[in-house]
Design a protein around this ligand. Structure first.
Ligand SMILES: [Zn+2]
Length: 173
C-alpha cells in the first residue's frame, strides 16, 4: 500500500452494521462502532489495544457519524438510497451520471481542505464536515474512471453538504 500525496486524508467507510474502515493512515484499520454505547466501540490498531482508549480512528468514526445529523440514519443505507432520502425523487430509471457542477464543488472543497492543512489551519485529525466532504470528493475522484455512477453519488453527496453550508466558504475559488 502506498501513501497518497500530498496529504493523508483519513477516510471512513461504512462496511455495514457496526463495521467501519478507516483508511489514509499508514494502515487501514477496522472499527467496530457501538452506537448505543460508544464507549464499548473498538479499533484494531495498536493505539487502541495498548492504551485502551479513543484512538484517532474511533474519533474519525464518531465524527463521520456526527458530521451530518442524518448520518446515523443514512449510513446503513446504500449510496443510492441515501440520495433518494436526501433529494427525494425525480424517480430515476437510469444510473446517475457525473454532474460537472457537483464535481467542481466537491473538488473545490477537497482543495480547500488541502489549503487549510498546508496553511496550518487544520490537522488531519480535525474531523469536521469539511473533512467529511473532502473524503467524499476524494472517493469520487478515485472511482470516476472505473465506476462513474458511484463517483457521481459521492460528488452529489459532497455538493449537497456544501450547499447546505449557506456561507459558501468552501466554494470560493
Ligand atoms: Zn485505532
Amino acid at each position: 500500500m502506498t501513501t497518497r500525496a500530498p496529504a493523508a486524508l483519513l477516510r471512513v467507510i461504512s462496511l455495514g452494521g457496526a463495521a467501519y474502515e478507516v483508511s489514509g493512515g499508514e494502515r487501514v484499520h477496522r472499527v467496530t462502532w457501538i452506537e448505543d454505547d460508544p464507549g464499548r466501540s473498538s479499533c484494531d490498531c495498536a493505539d487502541f489495544e495498548y492504551r485502551g482508549h479513543q484512538c484517532k480512528h474511533l474519533k474519525a468514526t464518531a465524527a463521520f457519524r456526527a458530521a451530518d445529523p442524518q448520518a446515523a440514519l443514512l449510513d446503513p443505507l446504500s449510496a443510492d438510497e441515501t440520495l433518494k432520502l436526501i433529494n427525494p425523487p425525480a424517480p430515476r430509471t437510469t444510473l446517475r451520471a457525473i454532474d460537472p457542477e457537483e464535481r467542481a464543488i466537491a473538488v473545490r472543497a477537497l482543495e480547500g481542505w488541502r489549503r487549510e492543512l498546508a496553511a496550518g489551519k487544520r490537522t488531519i485529525y480535525d474531523f469536521d464536515l469539511l473533512w467529511r466532504v473532502a473524503g467524499e470528493a476524494q472517493r469520487g475522484l478515485e472511482l470516476e474512471d472505473l465506476q462513474p455512477n458511484a463517483a457521481a453519488e459521492r460528488f452529489a453527496l459532497a455538493a449537497h453538504w456544501c450547499r447546505q453550508r449557506a456561507s459558501g466558504r468552501w466554494d470560493a475559488a
